[in-house]
Design a protein around this ligand. Structure first.
Ligand SMILES: CC(C)(COP(=O)(O)OP(=O)(O)OC[C@H]1O[C@@H](n2cnc3c(N)ncnc32)[C@H](O)[C@@H]1OP(=O)(O)O)[C@@H](O)C(=O)NCCC(=O)NCCSC(=O)CC(=O)O
Ligand SMILES: [Mg+2]
Length: 224
């Protein structure tokens, strides 16, 4: 099987196991989606990330995925992710091939965030909305399984410890810190998509990731 098909199958199998309707999620919880864009370049899988504008009121200057809050006109969580990606980086909705919707997570602000994984073309050139995004970069997905630029510290995050990576972009020379929610999602997609056990303790069970995500969500719900 080709790399793209393998990754799609691995992430799709996770997607199929999500039974959200069986979880006691209050209807009042505000919702958001993020788009996790994957691309194939020179036979290697890469992940696209954004740097948030320093003018935003939340997470200013931090690295995150394209995404944002659900609007009443959105059809579903996938629509929210695609609409936000179009607004922030100019990705046309029909240029994203959605392969999976992952288990939602609740962030510190109490937003229920649904991660949507999609393939995009390696030829995609972002058109940045400077009010929300200051930079877009891509990096090898495999980076998020390696220990050399990783640190983990015992502050509870989405699941397990808080993860942080320092990535130096060879294209720009700039150093990006990827941590917290965004790092946890990148590790999940890398470990499951590439079927590779990370070189560090992740805090989730690779054999049964869904049960880790389900108990993390239940723990957060019980604290709301
Ligand atoms: C949770 C999120 C998906 C929510 O998405 P966003 O914050 O991008 O929401 P959004 O895109 O809807 O809107 C962003 C802000 O831009 C404003 N906005 C929208 N359009 C605009 C425009 N045209 N001009 C000016 N401002 C505009 C909105 O009003 C909003 O302001 P306003 O913001 O005022 O409403 C994201 O914040 C995220 O991915 N956060 C994680 C980042 C991360 O991993 N950081 C490191 C770890 S922190 C961590 O892990 C802890 C945790 O959070 O749990
Ligand atoms: Mg946003």
């Amino acid at each position: 099987m080709e790399l793209k098909e393998r990754v799609t199958a691995a992430l799709r199998s996770l997607s199929g196991k999500v039974e959200l309707s069986r979880l006691p999620i209050p209807k009042s919880l505000p919702k958001a989606s993020v788009l996790i864009p994957l691309l194939l370049q020179d036979g290697e899988l890469r992940l696209l990330l954004t740097v948030r504008s320093i003018h935003l009121s939340h997470h200013a200057g931090e690295v995150c995925f394209p995404g944002g809050k659900c609007e009443s006109s959105d059809r579903d969580d996938v629509h929210t992710a695609l609409r936000e990606a179009e607004e922030e980086i100019g990705l046309p909705a029909d240029a994203a091939q959605v392969i999976a919707t992952l288990f939602p997570v609740i962030n510190k602000a109490g937003l229920l965030i649904t991660p949507v994984v999609a393939f995009i073309q390696s030829s995609f050139r972002p058109s940045i909305n400077p009010q929300e995004v200051s930079e877009v970069f891509t990096l090898p997905l495999d980076f998020f399984t390696r220990a050399d630029h990783h640190s983990g510290y015992p502050v509870p995050s989405v699941f397990g410890p808080t993860h942080s990576f320092m990535y130096t972009d060879p294209a720009s020379g700039r150093v990006h810190q990827i941590w917290g929610l965004t790092a946890a999602l990148a590790i999940t997609v890398a470990a499951i998509g590439l079927q590779k056990t990370p070189e560090f303790q992740t805090g989730f069970d690779l054999e049964d990731p869904v049960s880790t995500f389900r108990s993390a969500l239940q723990r957060r719900l019980s604290k709301l």
